[in-house]
Design a protein around this ligand. Structure first.
Ligand code: PMP
Length: 287
Protein backbone atom coordinates (compact mmCIF):
# COMPACT_ATOMS: atom_id res chain seq x y z
CA UNK A 1 0.00 0.00 0.00
CA UNK A 2 1.54 3.29 -1.13
CA UNK A 3 1.33 6.70 0.49
CA UNK A 4 -2.04 8.37 0.95
CA UNK A 5 -2.72 12.00 0.19
CA UNK A 6 -5.53 13.91 1.88
CA UNK A 7 -7.66 16.05 -0.42
CA UNK A 8 -10.64 17.86 1.05
CA UNK A 9 -11.78 15.19 3.48
CA UNK A 10 -10.79 12.05 1.56
CA UNK A 11 -7.61 10.00 1.29
CA UNK A 12 -6.28 9.08 -2.14
CA UNK A 13 -3.44 6.90 -3.37
CA UNK A 14 -0.56 9.07 -4.52
CA UNK A 15 -1.26 8.31 -8.22
CA UNK A 16 -4.94 9.27 -7.82
CA UNK A 17 -4.31 12.44 -5.81
CA UNK A 18 -5.37 15.04 -8.37
CA UNK A 19 -7.10 18.39 -8.54
CA UNK A 20 -8.60 20.38 -11.41
CA UNK A 21 -6.44 22.13 -13.99
CA UNK A 22 -8.89 25.02 -13.52
CA UNK A 23 -7.88 25.44 -9.89
CA UNK A 24 -6.68 29.00 -9.37
CA UNK A 25 -3.91 27.59 -7.19
CA UNK A 26 -2.41 26.25 -10.42
CA UNK A 27 -3.57 28.99 -12.79
CA UNK A 28 -2.47 31.93 -10.63
CA UNK A 29 -0.58 30.62 -7.61
CA UNK A 30 -3.70 31.67 -5.71
CA UNK A 31 -3.56 29.84 -2.40
CA UNK A 32 -1.47 29.32 0.71
CA UNK A 33 0.65 26.55 2.19
CA UNK A 34 2.62 25.30 5.17
CA UNK A 35 5.68 23.10 5.63
CA UNK A 36 5.62 21.22 8.94
CA UNK A 37 7.74 18.51 10.58
CA UNK A 38 6.98 15.62 12.84
CA UNK A 39 9.53 14.07 15.15
CA UNK A 40 8.89 10.58 16.55
CA UNK A 41 5.24 10.93 15.61
CA UNK A 42 4.78 14.32 17.28
CA UNK A 43 4.06 17.34 15.07
CA UNK A 44 6.38 20.20 16.03
CA UNK A 45 4.50 23.42 16.86
CA UNK A 46 1.40 22.30 14.99
CA UNK A 47 -0.74 25.10 16.42
CA UNK A 48 1.74 27.77 15.30
CA UNK A 49 1.79 26.34 11.77
CA UNK A 50 -2.01 26.05 11.59
CA UNK A 51 -2.38 29.61 12.90
CA UNK A 52 0.09 30.90 10.29
CA UNK A 53 -1.80 29.03 7.55
CA UNK A 54 -5.09 30.63 8.59
CA UNK A 55 -3.47 34.08 8.85
CA UNK A 56 -1.99 33.68 5.36
CA UNK A 57 -5.44 32.65 4.08
CA UNK A 58 -7.08 35.59 5.85
CA UNK A 59 -4.57 37.95 4.24
CA UNK A 60 -5.51 36.78 0.74
CA UNK A 61 -9.23 36.75 1.50
CA UNK A 62 -9.45 32.97 1.37
CA UNK A 63 -11.86 31.17 3.65
CA UNK A 64 -10.51 27.74 4.57
CA UNK A 65 -13.54 25.42 4.60
CA UNK A 66 -12.75 23.80 7.97
CA UNK A 67 -11.91 24.94 11.46
CA UNK A 68 -8.35 25.17 12.81
CA UNK A 69 -9.09 22.19 15.08
CA UNK A 70 -10.35 20.13 12.14
CA UNK A 71 -7.24 21.08 10.17
CA UNK A 72 -4.93 20.01 13.00
CA UNK A 73 -6.82 16.71 13.29
CA UNK A 74 -6.66 16.08 9.52
CA UNK A 75 -2.88 16.68 9.60
CA UNK A 76 -2.36 14.24 12.48
CA UNK A 77 -4.65 11.64 10.91
CA UNK A 78 -2.90 11.81 7.53
CA UNK A 79 0.41 11.31 9.31
CA UNK A 80 -0.96 8.31 11.22
CA UNK A 81 -2.44 6.68 8.11
CA UNK A 82 0.94 6.95 6.41
CA UNK A 83 2.69 5.50 9.46
CA UNK A 84 5.36 8.17 9.32
CA UNK A 85 6.99 9.26 12.54
CA UNK A 86 9.75 11.55 11.24
CA UNK A 87 8.05 13.30 8.39
CA UNK A 88 7.73 16.44 6.35
CA UNK A 89 4.13 17.59 6.01
CA UNK A 90 2.97 19.89 3.24
CA UNK A 91 -0.44 21.51 3.68
CA UNK A 92 -1.82 23.37 0.67
CA UNK A 93 -5.05 25.32 0.43
CA UNK A 94 -5.97 26.41 -3.08
CA UNK A 95 -8.55 28.97 -4.12
CA UNK A 96 -10.42 26.20 -5.96
CA UNK A 97 -11.53 25.63 -9.55
CA UNK A 98 -13.21 28.35 -11.53
CA UNK A 99 -13.40 29.95 -14.95
CA UNK A 100 -10.34 31.67 -16.40
CA UNK A 101 -9.93 35.15 -14.99
CA UNK A 102 -8.35 36.44 -11.82
CA UNK A 103 -11.50 37.14 -9.85
CA UNK A 104 -11.61 34.75 -6.88
CA UNK A 105 -15.39 35.01 -6.96
CA UNK A 106 -15.22 32.91 -10.14
CA UNK A 107 -14.00 29.96 -8.05
CA UNK A 108 -15.78 27.39 -5.94
CA UNK A 109 -14.52 24.74 -3.53
CA UNK A 110 -11.10 25.65 -2.14
CA UNK A 111 -9.08 22.42 -1.95
CA UNK A 112 -7.27 21.37 1.20
CA UNK A 113 -4.35 19.07 0.41
CA UNK A 114 -2.14 17.31 2.95
CA UNK A 115 0.94 15.46 1.70
CA UNK A 116 3.25 13.64 4.09
CA UNK A 117 6.66 12.38 3.08
CA UNK A 118 9.98 11.24 4.41
CA UNK A 119 12.10 14.21 5.28
CA UNK A 120 15.13 14.99 3.14
CA UNK A 121 17.49 17.26 4.99
CA UNK A 122 20.59 18.95 3.69
CA UNK A 123 23.43 16.39 3.58
CA UNK A 124 24.87 15.74 7.06
CA UNK A 125 28.31 17.02 6.04
CA UNK A 126 26.86 20.50 5.52
CA UNK A 127 25.73 20.58 9.15
CA UNK A 128 29.31 19.77 10.10
CA UNK A 129 31.12 22.02 7.64
CA UNK A 130 28.54 24.73 6.93
CA UNK A 131 26.88 26.15 3.84
CA UNK A 132 28.16 28.65 1.30
CA UNK A 133 25.62 31.24 0.21
CA UNK A 134 25.51 34.14 -2.23
CA UNK A 135 23.36 37.25 -2.31
CA UNK A 136 20.68 36.99 -4.97
CA UNK A 137 20.20 39.91 -7.34
CA UNK A 138 16.45 39.32 -7.12
CA UNK A 139 14.89 41.58 -4.47
CA UNK A 140 12.65 39.88 -1.91
CA UNK A 141 8.98 40.71 -2.50
CA UNK A 142 8.08 44.18 -1.30
CA UNK A 143 5.68 43.94 1.67
CA UNK A 144 3.25 46.25 -0.12
CA UNK A 145 3.18 43.88 -3.11
CA UNK A 146 2.95 40.31 -1.79
CA UNK A 147 3.93 40.50 1.87
CA UNK A 148 6.53 37.80 2.62
CA UNK A 149 4.61 37.08 5.83
CA UNK A 150 1.99 35.44 3.60
CA UNK A 151 3.11 31.90 2.81
CA UNK A 152 1.40 31.98 -0.56
CA UNK A 153 1.49 29.46 -3.39
CA UNK A 154 3.19 32.12 -5.48
CA UNK A 155 6.79 31.36 -4.56
CA UNK A 156 8.35 32.60 -7.79
CA UNK A 157 10.25 35.35 -5.97
CA UNK A 158 11.99 32.71 -3.88
CA UNK A 159 12.42 30.36 -6.85
CA UNK A 160 14.24 33.10 -8.78
CA UNK A 161 16.57 33.53 -5.81
CA UNK A 162 17.06 29.77 -5.61
CA UNK A 163 17.98 29.61 -9.30
CA UNK A 164 20.66 32.23 -8.69
CA UNK A 165 21.98 30.19 -5.78
CA UNK A 166 22.12 27.03 -7.85
CA UNK A 167 23.85 28.79 -10.73
CA UNK A 168 26.48 30.02 -8.29
CA UNK A 169 26.97 26.46 -6.99
CA UNK A 170 25.20 27.21 -3.67
CA UNK A 171 22.18 25.64 -2.00
CA UNK A 172 20.81 28.87 -0.53
CA UNK A 173 20.84 32.56 -1.42
CA UNK A 174 20.49 35.60 0.77
CA UNK A 175 17.72 37.94 -0.37
CA UNK A 176 17.67 41.68 0.29
CA UNK A 177 14.57 43.85 0.59
CA UNK A 178 13.90 46.88 -1.62
CA UNK A 179 16.02 49.02 0.76
CA UNK A 180 18.99 46.71 0.26
CA UNK A 181 18.73 45.39 3.81
CA UNK A 182 18.95 41.72 4.62
CA UNK A 183 15.57 40.02 4.54
CA UNK A 184 16.01 36.25 4.60
CA UNK A 185 17.11 33.36 2.43
CA UNK A 186 14.91 31.74 -0.24
CA UNK A 187 13.47 29.21 2.21
CA UNK A 188 15.16 29.95 5.54
CA UNK A 189 15.58 32.80 8.03
CA UNK A 190 19.06 34.13 8.81
CA UNK A 191 20.93 34.85 12.06
CA UNK A 192 24.43 36.09 12.81
CA UNK A 193 26.54 36.14 15.97
CA UNK A 194 28.37 39.41 16.63
CA UNK A 195 30.34 40.03 19.82
CA UNK A 196 28.62 37.09 21.43
CA UNK A 197 25.12 38.46 20.70
CA UNK A 198 22.65 36.97 18.26
CA UNK A 199 21.23 39.27 15.60
CA UNK A 200 18.44 38.61 13.09
CA UNK A 201 16.41 40.87 10.80
CA UNK A 202 13.03 42.02 12.16
CA UNK A 203 9.72 40.91 10.64
CA UNK A 204 9.46 44.47 9.27
CA UNK A 205 12.40 43.73 6.98
CA UNK A 206 9.83 41.85 4.90
CA UNK A 207 10.32 38.22 5.85
CA UNK A 208 8.36 35.12 6.67
CA UNK A 209 7.96 34.91 10.43
CA UNK A 210 9.58 31.49 10.62
CA UNK A 211 8.35 29.06 13.25
CA UNK A 212 11.91 27.75 13.60
CA UNK A 213 13.16 31.35 13.90
CA UNK A 214 10.72 31.89 16.77
CA UNK A 215 11.75 28.66 18.49
CA UNK A 216 15.46 29.50 18.16
CA UNK A 217 14.95 33.03 19.52
CA UNK A 218 13.12 31.55 22.54
CA UNK A 219 15.68 28.89 23.27
CA UNK A 220 18.65 31.23 22.80
CA UNK A 221 17.12 33.72 25.26
CA UNK A 222 16.33 30.90 27.70
CA UNK A 223 20.00 29.89 27.45
CA UNK A 224 20.97 33.42 28.49
CA UNK A 225 21.97 34.86 25.12
CA UNK A 226 20.93 38.31 23.94
CA UNK A 227 18.88 38.09 20.73
CA UNK A 228 18.46 41.37 18.89
CA UNK A 229 16.06 41.88 16.00
CA UNK A 230 17.46 44.75 13.98
CA UNK A 231 17.98 46.03 10.47
CA UNK A 232 20.97 44.27 8.96
CA UNK A 233 23.15 44.71 5.91
CA UNK A 234 25.40 42.32 4.04
CA UNK A 235 28.38 43.77 5.88
CA UNK A 236 26.92 42.33 9.08
CA UNK A 237 27.12 38.88 7.54
CA UNK A 238 30.59 39.41 6.07
CA UNK A 239 31.97 40.52 9.44
CA UNK A 240 29.97 38.13 11.64
CA UNK A 241 31.68 35.71 14.00
CA UNK A 242 29.09 33.09 13.13
CA UNK A 243 26.10 32.77 10.84
CA UNK A 244 23.31 30.23 10.59
CA UNK A 245 19.96 29.68 8.90
CA UNK A 246 16.73 28.33 10.36
CA UNK A 247 13.79 26.61 8.71
CA UNK A 248 11.45 23.69 9.20
CA UNK A 249 13.31 21.46 6.75
CA UNK A 250 16.84 22.74 7.46
CA UNK A 251 16.34 23.08 11.24
CA UNK A 252 19.45 25.12 12.12
CA UNK A 253 22.32 24.99 9.66
CA UNK A 254 25.65 26.87 9.81
CA UNK A 255 26.77 29.26 7.05
CA UNK A 256 30.54 29.67 6.63
CA UNK A 257 30.84 31.74 3.46
CA UNK A 258 28.81 34.53 1.85
CA UNK A 259 29.63 36.11 -1.52
CA UNK A 260 33.14 34.64 -1.31
CA UNK A 261 33.85 36.11 2.16
CA UNK A 262 34.77 33.61 4.83
CA UNK A 263 32.58 34.04 7.91
CA UNK A 264 34.40 33.84 11.25
CA UNK A 265 36.89 31.00 11.22
CA UNK A 266 35.28 29.41 8.18
CA UNK A 267 34.01 26.62 10.42
CA UNK A 268 30.65 26.36 12.22
CA UNK A 269 31.07 28.35 15.43
CA UNK A 270 30.49 27.27 19.03
CA UNK A 271 27.22 29.18 19.51
CA UNK A 272 25.79 27.76 16.29
CA UNK A 273 26.72 24.25 17.43
CA UNK A 274 25.25 24.79 20.86
CA UNK A 275 22.00 26.23 19.51
CA UNK A 276 21.71 23.39 17.03
CA UNK A 277 22.04 20.87 19.85
CA UNK A 278 19.50 22.73 21.94
CA UNK A 279 17.11 22.86 18.99
CA UNK A 280 17.46 19.14 18.38
CA UNK A 281 16.74 18.49 22.04
CA UNK A 282 13.70 20.79 21.89
CA UNK A 283 12.07 19.07 18.92
CA UNK A 284 12.49 15.67 20.58
CA UNK A 285 11.37 16.75 24.04
CA UNK A 286 8.57 19.21 23.33
CA UNK A 287 5.22 17.44 23.68
N1 PMP B 1 11.59 32.03 4.92
C1 PMP B 1 10.96 31.50 3.85
C2 PMP B 1 10.84 32.32 2.62
C3 PMP B 1 10.42 30.21 3.92
O1 PMP B 1 9.79 29.69 2.88
C4 PMP B 1 10.56 29.47 5.11
C5 PMP B 1 9.97 28.09 5.23
N2 PMP B 1 10.58 27.17 4.39
C6 PMP B 1 11.27 30.05 6.19
C7 PMP B 1 11.73 31.34 6.05
C8 PMP B 1 11.43 29.32 7.48
O2 PMP B 1 10.20 29.25 8.14
P1 PMP B 1 9.84 28.05 9.12
O3 PMP B 1 10.86 28.04 10.19
O4 PMP B 1 8.48 28.35 9.62
O5 PMP B 1 9.89 26.79 8.30
Amino acid sequence: MGPKVYISGKLFDKSDAKISVFDHGLLYGDGVFEGIRSYSGWVFRLKAHVDRLYESAQAIHLQIPMSREEMARAIRETLDVNKLSDAYIRVVVTRGAGSLGLDPRKTTDPQVIIITDHISLYPEELYEHGLKVITAGTTRNHPNAVNPRIKSLNYLNNILGKIEATQAGCLEALMLNAQGEIAECTGDNIFVVQRGQIHTPPIDAGILEGITRGAVIELARAAGYAVIERTMHRLDVYTAEECFLTGTAAELIPVVECDGRIIGTGRPGPMTRELRQRFQALVREER
